[in-house]
Design a protein around this ligand. Sequence first.
Ligand SMILES: Nc1ncnc2c1ncn2[C@@H]1O[C@H](COP(=O)(O)OP(=O)(O)OP(=O)(O)O)[C@@H](O)[C@H]1O
Length: 229
Amino acid sequence: MLEVKDIHKNFGRKKVLKGVSFTADKGDITCLIGINGVGKTTILNSIMDLTPIKKGEILIDGQSHSPEMYNKIAFIPDAAIMLPGMTIQEGIDFMKDYYSVWNDKRAKDLIRFFRLKMTDKIQDLSKGNVAKVNLLMGLSLDVDYILMDEPFSGIDIFTREQIADVFSSRLIEDRGVLITTHEISDIEHLIDKVVLLDEGVIVKEFYAEEMREKEGMSVVDVMREAFNA
Ligand SMILES: Nc1ncnc2c1ncn2[C@@H]1O[C@H](COP(=O)(O)OP(=O)(O)OP(=O)(O)O)[C@@H](O)[C@H]1O
């Protein structure tokens, strides 16, 4: 389980996270939702230890940050992660050398699934293809948890559908996925758990299916109610 416990984060005098707590389970797709600038990326960066937190604790299967953690968790950001001059093949070769948890069979499945051309340079890729390469690099790591920051941002509907298909496919397997997205309707039917962030704290944490069955409310209905939209 991924446990975020009472984390606080300031940028200068601005208090962005004011005691954020939630959990994301292995086997679940958990979606972190909130308006622009509320602190979603900051939470993912904090989980990956890419930014220091002022207070609080982050546990991955009960353990706090350590170098071994990077064999358990992968981060798929919303910008290109490979050097611009590299080809996709060179990027894959780098990942293979760097990570002992690289799964070459899954990488090959993803290359076929996304129809990527290995000789293409990262700097020449469209935004959608950059997103696909990022997914390829993150999902090909045999880790238990995957964080994804806005995998649908600025991407056309067909590519969004293709990316959404990844969520329902065996490429995710029984791993824990924590995703931020504004394109909730694309994956509403695939999400297990929803965590709503507003004004520096978690205002609601619920299972989408339970909410549909017990309250007759969709994720978007709950969002509208929580954010008074
Ligand atoms: N390095 C930084 N220095 C100063 N302020 C920052 C920094 N990174 C983020 N912030 C501020 O922290 C707040 C939260 O930013 P963050 O990127 O986490 O939000 P977000 O919820 O991911 O936004 P979006 O939905 O637009 O991607 C914003 O007000 C942002 O301007």
